[in-house]
Design a protein. Structure first.
Length: 364
């Protein structure tokens, strides 16, 4: 699948911009603060319906405007032309449209076309809290399976109910109600843990190979799923939840659940976020991202779109070379402040960005 056209109205520092993308590498260059990342972000929002830079949707609306529109045209793997529109407003609810028809459930929309993003923020997957790693896995799984996203949303709703109940005064807590919630949570836990386990195994399968290639066989990566529920059946899960009951009531929150899961990443048997050098952390991230790319390609039987924000400045020459060779088969959007040394690349379309304006550079 290929994005052919992106049109922005009141998105971040763009009042009106229209960008025709090529099916290969699209390289946006320009000074800091000119609006390069904003373009990448808009493409991400058009696919995932949320930004990776902020949790507040309205932040992407241009200052002093009431709404923004992102229009993306793409061609799917069966060669059908499709149109999407994301409308975000200060006043109205967000609207997502597919071929001009409003989408009722976002879970039916997300995954229509797939994105892999590699940005400075992505390093949080390695260095940040477990929440960042769960999010990485959850977004990947949600792109691959509507079912996963729906069950995760249901789980989170139930967890909110459970926590609201646990926060009540002890005498007001209805134990039967907690029993009902735990019973339901158990089913979701079983499903989600199994999906997470399978996807982490798949990541491991690809990451092993990529990490070796990236480091000339010097580094071995291991990715381990950490959860309280691995391979447990429903009875065992329920038992575990109930065992925590008294403590949960005392602490007024749920101590066990998939909201506590984590993914541990080791390089040569040491946890990379603790013992790894900066370079090793970046390499591990690149490995994870390229594994994500491979998994989406395998499962969806089409290439995802790769968004690379400022990564060229973060990686050393040999890693950059590896990456650039890797991406030749993917539609890619790259941002960089310096285009020097990249001019000779084949299949690259250059775009100059300055203060909310984008200009395609014609090659002689
Ligand atoms: N909601 C907004 N409305 C208008 N301008 C914004 C908004 N959010 C960010 N900006 C502007 O966008 C610019 C940063 O764009 P960005 O794409 O991150 O730059 P870069 O080219 O360095 O990647 C800044 O000048 C910032 O003021
Ligand atoms: Mg930027």
């Amino acid at each position: 699948m290929i994005i052919t056209n992106v049109k922005l109205v009141n998105f971040r520092n763009y009042e009106n911009a229209e960008i025709e993308l090529s099916k290969n590498i699209n390289l946006f260059f320009g000074k800091n603060g000119s609006g390069k990342t904003n373009i990448l972000e808009s493409i991400y929002v058009s696919s995932i319906t949320k930004s990776y830079r902020t949790n507040k949707d309205i932040e992407v609306i241009k200052f002093n405007k009431d709404f923004t529109n992102i229009f993306v045209d793409y061609v799917d793997k069966r060669n059908n032309k499709k149109k999407t529109q994301i409308y975000i407003s200060n006043i109205n609810k967000k609207v997502v449209k597919e071929d001009e028809i409003a989408v009722k459930k976002l879970s039916n929309y997300i995954g229509n076309y797939n994105i892999v993003v590699f940005s400075p923020e992505s390093l949080d997957i390695i260095k940040g809290s477990p929440k960042n790693r769960r999010k990485f896995i959850d977004i990947l799984l949600s792109q691959l399976s509507k079912q996963y996203l729906i069950k995760l949303q249901e789980y989170n709703k139930l967890l909110l109910l459970k926590n609201a109940t646990l926060r009540l005064e002890k005498s007001k807590i209805d134990i039967n109600y907690l029993d009902v919630i735990d019973e339901k949570l158990t089913e979701y836990i079983k499903y989600i843990v199994n999906e997470r386990k399978l996807i982490i195994n798949k990541i491991q399968k690809y990451a092993e190979i990529i990490q070796k290639e990236l480091t000339n066989d010097l580094e071995e990566i291991k990715i381990k799923y950490q959860t309280d529920f691995l391979d447990l059946n429903k009875e065992e899960i329920l038992k575990l939840l109930k065992k925590q009951r008294e403590q949960d009531i005392f602490k007024k929150s749920s101590s066990k659940g998939i909201q506590r899961d984590d993914i541990l990443i080791y390089i040569n048997d040491l946890e990379v976020n603790i013992y790894g050098s900066q370079g090793q952390n970046r390499t591990a991230l690149l490995t994870l991202k390229l594994s994500e790319l491979e998994i989406i390609k395998e499962e969806k039987e089409e290439n995802p779109i790769l968004l690379l924000d400022d990564v060229l400045s973060e990686l050393d020459k040999s890693r950059i070379q590896y990456l650039l060779k890797y991406i030749t088969n993917y539609q890619t959007v790259i941002t960089t402040t310096e285009k020097e040394g990249l001019e000779e690349l084949e299949n690259v379309t250059f775009f100059k960005v300055s203060k909310g304006k984008v200009e395609k550079i014609k090659k002689e």
